[in-house]
Design a protein. Structure first.
Length: 194
């Protein structure tokens, strides 16, 4: 029987970088072609890359995660995933633990559960700090605006907008080297500013 070694990397936000996790997975012996990565929040259950990897796994295969909180932010999600893998005969290796999850061993089970609880606690603390920071900013800064600031309308944006008046969004994107969604945003922003 051929045993395959896979890696899974996940970050919570689209602005976060996956490179560090991917590098750690490679150092742990996972081939680049066997690493599945995605940018999704851990509380979200629909993770296409994880589902794709999970469907490929066979008994004896190994899945490598860098940390417990990369499996899932919530204790329940992480525990359910690991339990499912172990029941299917798939080995779970976590670099943070420097070893395989062994839930038949009392200490191994306790350590895994402790790290999962701590990951969820850390996440909740970050969410709470952000919430309190926003509340403070709203009270003390009259010009506080939640969300991403509007991009300044540059000369380049004006040229893209002018080009888009004569061409389709797709043609504009190809000709100017920006995405179609950026062309739409520029058009909307300039139209709204008039």
């Amino acid at each position: 029987m051929i045993v395959l070694r896979y890696g899974y990397a996940r970050v919570s936000g689209t602005s976060q970088d996956l490179n560090e996790q991917i590098s750690e997975l490679k150092q742990a012996g996972v081939l680049a072609s066997a690493i599945y990565s995605e940018k999704f929040t851990g509380t979200k259950e629909e993770r296409p890359k994880w589902q794709e990897l999970s469907s490929k796994l066979h008994p004896g295969d190994i899945v490598v995660f860098t940390k417990v909180d990369r499996i899932g932010r919530s204790v329940k999600v992480a525990v359910d995933i690991v339990d499912d893998l172990l029941e299917r005969g798939i080995k779970v290796y976590i670099i943070q633990l420097n070893g395989y999850v062994n839930k038949s061993d009392m200490m191994g089970k306790m350590l895994f559960n402790f790290l999962t609880v701590m990951a969820e606690f850390e996440h909740d603390m970050i969410v709470d700090r952000l919430k309190r920071g926003k509340e403070y900013a709203k009270k003390h800064n009259p010009s506080f605006h939640e969300g991403r600031p509007k991009r300044r309308i540059t000369e380049r944006y004006k040229r893209i907008y002018d080009y888009s008046l004569e061409h389709s969004i797709r043609e504009t994107a190809l000709a100017t080297g920006v995405s179609e969604s950026t062309v739409k945003r520029i058009k909307r922003q300039i139209r709204n500013s008039k």
